[in-house]
Design a protein around this ligand. Structure first.
Ligand code: HEM
Length: 431
């Protein structure tokens, strides 16, 4: 039974055999050891509202069905984002509540988001595309000859190009920024950890906050159209943002971009490597790339979970969440809900009516969705123009994180197309 590859799927007996009382979805090691899809399928079937208590007394509900996930993410009157939106914040609250977009409820959330929207679309997106193309060119050059390509390692720096374009960040700073956001997104993973996970998170926050505070200071009063300057000059509810508010929103955008896009790329490459027929179909018909990107987003669901807290008692499938309790929405599970997606455990290309919620649902719907889609589309257009065949070349290593679904190692063997081998330019098409 495999759910890493493009098939997967379990019998009722398989799902009934899962001991849900023993499952620890909070523990990053659980996510590093295996993929959680069998456990989630069992929860959707037997316990769509599942309670987990931690040894230290904290506890949370898990929501795994699509309709419940949309309700929790989409209804801020029932579920607030202001007490932490990540499981790692459980029981700690959120110092950025009401300041950072993702930790602010409407109506203030809308006031904060509206002036930023233009920077993630239209002319800004076109300008970012140039930087993304250059980064994709560098990335695909790492598949320079037939051999083994570690997609996880090579794709890791890709989203930095897009985020840096939006924020006008100098290229020499990218490696540090990418390392600190990795540490913030997955502080428990051995590849990111510096000492304890708490220390890792503290270092990452300190470095990133200091960095953006310096950038905001040095740009004050200077001309330019980038996210840092926009945050520093805009008004919300009649008042300018404080330096603190500027800094936490820069942090959030960088984390949003870096923690997710590369893992979606890697997860999609893995699905293609497991299914040579599917890879050939895209290679022979690159018009399938947009559908590949959408199915890769659903399949990978790189943002694994988001947290909310119930504002009042709320009835969901399987029971009642009491006011004040924490609820974890498992996005990856909702995206494989068999009542919404036909052959939900298969990577289907093209998939009709792909209503995935990989970018979330409701007011906090990902601000960078168009940027992520553009980055992934350019990447896969280049890959299919260059690579004749892909196959797995060794076991992947999963990221230890209850927040991000991804890999820190993902070797695939590539055979280049004849014209790529002879040095002819590839045929990646402009968007
Ligand atoms: C494949 C890539 C991506 C995935 C899967 C993803 C996923 C998500 C999800 C699920 C949310 C909703 C959070 C919630 O409901 O609490 C979100 C929000 C957000 N994302 Fe993304 N994201 C991606 C790429 C990006 C990029 C490239 C950027 C920036 C350039 C970005 C910036 C943000 C921001 C700022 C928010 C907060 C929006 C708000 O609260 O109104 N994301 N993202």
């Amino acid at each position: 039974m495999r759910s890493d590859g493009p098939t997967g799927g379990w019998s009722a007996a398989d799902l009934d055999a899962v001991d849900l009382d023993a499952v620890d979805l909070f523990d990053a090691r659980f996510h590093a050891a295996d993929d959680p899809h069998r456990v989630w399928a069992a929860m959707r079937r037997r316990a769509p509202l599942h309670r987990q208590e931690l040894p230290d007394g904290r506890g949370f509900w898990s929501v795994t069905r699509y309709q419940d996930a949309c309700r929790v993410l989409g209804n801020h009157r029932e579920f607030t984002s202001e007490r932490g939106s990540l499981l790692q914040q459980l029981g700690k609250g959120d110092a950025a509540a009401g300041k950072m977009l993702v930790a602010t409820d409407p109506p203030r959330h809308g006031e904060l988001r509206r002036p930023l929207r233009a920077l993630f679309s239209g002319a800004s997106l076109v300008a970012a595309e140039q930087r993304v193309r250059a980064a994709v060119d560098t990335l695909v050059r790492s598949v320079a000859e037939d051999g083994v390509w570690d997609v996880a390692e090579q794709a890791a720096r890709l989203p930095m190009a897009a985020a840096a374009a939006l924020m006008d960040l100098p290229e020499e700073d990218w490696p540090d920024l990418a390392r600190w956001t990795d540490m913030a997104a997955a502080p428990e993973d051995p590849a990111c950890r510096v000492g304890s996970s708490g220390a890792t998170l503290a270092i990452a926050h300190h470095e990133l906050f200091e960095y953006f505070a310096r950038e905001a200071r040095s740009r004050a009063g200077t001309e330019g159209e980038d996210l840092i300057r926009r945050l520093a000059t805009m008004c919300v509810e009649g008042a300018a943002l404080s330096r603190d508010e500027v800094v936490v929103n820069c942090y959030s955008v960088l984390l949003g971009a870096n923690a997710t896009t590369a893992h979606t790329a890697a997860g999609t490459v893995l699905a293609l490597a497991h299914d040579p027929h599917m890879y050939r179909a895209v290679r022979e018909n690159p018009d399938l790339v947009p559908a590949l990107v959408e199915e890769g987003l659903r399949w990978t669901s790189a943002a694994r979970s988001f947290l909310r807290h119930a504002v009042a008692d709320v009835e969901l499938s399987g029971g009642r969440v009491p006011a004040g309790d924490a609820v974890a929405v498992w996005v990856g599970s909702a995206n494989r809900d068999e009542t919404v997606f036909a052959e939900a455990e298969r990577f289907v290309l093209p998939r009709a009516d792909n209503r995935h919620i990989a970018f979330g649902y409701g007011p906090h719907y990902c601000l960078g969705a168009a940027v992520a889609r553009m980055t992934l589309r350019i990447l896969f257009e280049q890959i299919v123009a260059l690579v004749e065949e892909l196959e797995p070349a060794g076991p992947p290593r999963r990221l230890a994180s209850n927040f991000v679904a991804g890999y820190t190692r993902l070797p695939v063997r590539t055979r280049l197309r004849a014209r790529a081998r002879s040095g002819m330019p590839t045929q990646a098409r402009p968007l």
